[in-house]
Write a protein that binds this ligand. Structure first.
Ligand SMILES: *[C@@H]1O[C@H](CO)[C@@H](O)[C@H](O)[C@H]1NC(C)=O
Ligand SMILES: *[C@@H]1O[C@H](CO)[C@@H](O)[C@H](O)[C@H]1NC(C)=O
Ligand SMILES: *[C@@H]1O[C@H](CO)[C@@H](O)[C@H](O)[C@H]1NC(C)=O
Ligand SMILES: *[C@@H]1O[C@H](CO)[C@@H](O)[C@H](O)[C@H]1NC(C)=O
Ligand SMILES: *[C@@H]1O[C@H](CO)[C@@H](O)[C@H](O)[C@H]1NC(C)=O
Ligand SMILES: *[C@@H]1O[C@H](CO)[C@@H](O)[C@H](O)[C@H]1NC(C)=O
Length: 644
């Protein structure tokens, strides 16, 4: 017995020594002294938001290094669920979605990570990051205890969180804190059982030690339904807020612990048809300085905004989608370039922390490759065999995108006119159910555009039996507020005169795959059509080579669309995003250099929805060396064909 006890004591002693010499990394909230503790020492973070999903992987290191050289000791990122689980149970963590590689880069550079895995993230991202396939259950209550929603969340978090666990600070990784949900106090459902479930779920996968937190707009009202026991409550507010009042609101929910602003806005978002948002550097640095002097931990949202490539932008309501650029007037531009805001912020940080020695990576050079002549390939209606991989579906009444198992892009609805419309006859969506924009042709001739919350009726003419083609564009799902159950396509019936239209043939369109496979390339034999004010949606193609007598090419560039109106652009099969210069404020789209080839012709494909500049003369796109995202064009209600 005694011997056993003695050896047990010895073992205990050895263990204690072991834990003394190799103290495990730790991160916690010190409620007594209103601060964070990192490895037992006082810590506060000065952080910046970067969304890996808005920046091509090849640039992650450059952008993170610039953030590190600004004096930040942490970064903050969201994890968009729909980016990683495009269809139920099929996960994608490869290439630009390689989150673990991103976290490893943060660690290697010496940046801590504030992780925001949602499941809902807002972020001006399609459906706030929730996968649209959740809407397969038509009456699902998202962000609540709805059993089907919870089952999907459990499954996703069961995949994601175990992957994140080795990257927690206490396990030797960079992640110091993990957010639960996102600004839940701004959502209508106020379902504490849901929040409690998430906290339990996160703890079950990540352990008891991790610091979980919530964040809400800096007012008591927002914190009421957003905060709960077991997750540290923080606030979000920008430079125009009253700092004292906002932190008082945090104190109301969290009487002790560090002051934290989880989203200090360095800029702001844009919407198509609105002004480009600009937040002056002077107010940003003044309020940043004020918060840092109070000892607060601050995350700047955004430090670099990046790009909504492809179809990833979200929307606000009344329906207003965000443009392709998510530049955000942030200290690093969309292209990762240094701005005066960057240097002014660094000067503030300098007063509180040592700025690392070493080289600050410079802004990258941009190149104007000039004009590229485009050729018309085919209209969308002429390309249905190429674009509809699964073939059409017949349905008496319209089906939505989710009914057709399509998440993004465009679908085509086809039927015939049931009656003679010799006189202009109203084609209408009486319940405002065109989500989001419909390009209407009768027998291949453009007849008008319907638009959600803006135009619910147009007049058309045509004989009974004429073909009616309606191409519907999903312009991005609502990402904020109570309308995030955003079904796409024709979500209610259309009427023609007094008839409900029926007998539809519906085409799911795999445009991205067709572009990648080179199926939409010009055959060179197409006759240009006669000029019209509105043209049917069509594909155009063109190519250009990179000059070989100029060193250091390819470089980043920006593409602009003189005489084009609205559409989607691919370069070498990569979906750059939506262009809409006729509405603005974004005029040019960022084209990162990594997409461009010096050894082969670079291929541009446009899906232009409204114009056909090739019918009136040479039609070009142009590569320029500086961005224009701040030109607010006054737009008028789109043209409706008036020549009957
Ligand atoms: C800011 O809020 C504090 C606390 O609520 C209040 O006392 C102060 O007057 C406010 N300052 C301004 C400029 O409104
Ligand atoms: C449609 O045509 C009718 C009859 O010509 C006209 O009164 C009405 O204003 C037109 N509506 C639209 C939306 O153009
Ligand atoms: C379309 O109209 C039919 C017939 O009135 C109705 O049964 C159906 O529910 C409607 N569909 C939608 C999506 O409103
Ligand atoms: C569909 O077509 C059939 C056969 O032409 C016709 O009898 C029926 O009325 C049509 N239904 C609708 C809703 O238009
Ligand atoms: C562009 O298309 C041409 C012809 O299809 C092809 O040979 C070339 O490799 C493509 N360029 C790139 C960069 O993919
Ligand atoms: C847009 O920004 C550029 C570059 O900052 C500036 O030169 C230009 O005057 C701005 N244009 C508008 C319309 O604000």
């Amino acid at each position: 017995m005694d011997l056993n006890r003695a050896s047990a004591a010895l073992l205990l002693l050895t263990l204690m020594q072991l834990s003394f010499t190799t103290a495990a990394p730790s991160f916690s909230v010190d409620y007594k002294h209103n601060r964070f503790l990192k490895d037992g020492k006082h810590f506060r973070y000065i952080s910046g938001s970067i969304h890996y999903n808005r920046i091509p992987r090849v640039y992650w290191k450059d952008r993170l290094l610039k953030m590190y050289m600004a004096g930040l000791n942490a970064i903050q990122t969201y994890i968009p669920w729909n980016f990683h689980e495009p269809t139920p149970g099929k996960y994608d963590f490869s290439g630009d979605r390689d989150l673990q590689h991103f976290l490893q880069l943060c660690k290697d550079l010496g940046l801590l990570v504030i992780l925001r895995p949602g499941p809902y993230i807002c972020a001006e991202w399609d459906m706030g990051g929730l996968p649209s396939w959740l809407l397969k259950k038509k009456d699902i209550v998202l962000r609540s205890s709805d059993a089907d929603y919870i089952a999907a969340v459990n499954k996703w978090m069961g995949k994601l969180l175990p992957m994140m666990k080795p990257y927690l600070y206490q396990n030797g990784g960079p992640i110091i804190t993990v957010q639960v949900e996102n600004e839940y106090g701004s959502y209508f459902s106020c379902d504490f059982d849901y929040l409690r479930h998430l906290v339990k779920l996160f703890r079950s996968h990540l352990g008891d030690e991790v610091v979980l937190f919530t964040t809400d707009g800096g007012s008591k009202t927002n914190l009421k339904c957003g905060s709960l026991q077991g997750a540290y409550a923080t606030v979000d507010f920008g430079p125009s807020a009253n700092v004292t009042a906002a932190f008082e609101a945090q104190r109301h929910a969290e009487p002790y612990g560090p002051l934290v602003n989880s989203e200090f806005y360095t800029g702001w978002l844009d919407h198509w048809g609105g002004h480009h948002s600009v937040v002056p550097t002077s107010v940003v640095v003044k309020v940043l300085n004020e918060m840092l002097e109070m000892g607060a931990s601050v995350n700047m949202y955004m430090f670099i905004g990046g790009t909504n490539f492809g179809y990833w932008n979200g929307a606000n309501t009344p329906y207003a989608p965000q443009p392709t650029s998510y530049d955000y007037d942030a200290p690093l531009t969309e292209a990762g370039d240094l701005t005066e805001k960057f240097f002014a912020i660094r000067d503030v940080i300098k007063k509180f922390r040592k700025i690392p020695d070493g080289m600050l990576p410079p802004s990258t050079p941009k190149f104007a490759y000039g004009k590229v002549t485009m050729k018309k390939v085919k209209t969308v209606s002429e390309s249905l065999e190429i674009l509809s991989f699964s073939g059409p579906v017949k349905s008496t009444y319209p089906l939505t995108f989710v009914d057709m198992d399509q998440s993004f892009g465009y679908m085509l609805y086809q039927t015939t006119l049931p009656i003679d419309c010799r006189k202009p006859t109203a084609l209408s969506s009486p319940l405002n159910g065109v989500n989001d924009r419909a390009y209407v042709t009768v027998d291949g001739v453009a007849a008008g555009i319907l638009e959600r919350d803006k135009i619910i009726t147009i007049n058309i003419t045509g004989k009974a039996g004429s073909r009616l083609d309606i191409l519907v564009e999903n312009m991005g799902r609502v990402n904020f507020g109570k309308n995030i159950n955003d079904f796409k396509g024709l979500v209610t019936n259309l009427t023609l005169g007094t008839n409900i239209l029926g007998n539809w043939t519906i085409y799911s369109l795999s445009i991205d795959e067709a572009v990648k496979q080179g199926l939409l390339w010009n055959t060179g034999s197409l006759q240009n059509s006669a000029p019209t004010v509105l043209s049917p949606p069509a594909f155009y193609s063109g190519s250009f080579s990179i000059p070989d007598d100029i060193p250091d090419l390819p470089q980043d560039t920006y593409i602009q669309f003189p005489d084009w109106k609205k559409g989607q652009v691919w370069i070498n099969g990569f979906n750059i995003g939506r262009y809409w210069p006729s509405r603005g404020p974004q005029i040019t789209l960022f084209v990162p250099a990594f997409l461009l080839s010096t050894s082969a012709l670079n291929n541009i494909t446009l899906l232009e929805l409204e114009a056909d500049p090739c019918s009136t003369g040479p039609c070009v796109v142009e590569f320029v060396n500086s961005p224009v995202i701040n030109s607010t064009t006054k737009y008028t209600i789109p043209f409706m064909r008036g020549t009957f």
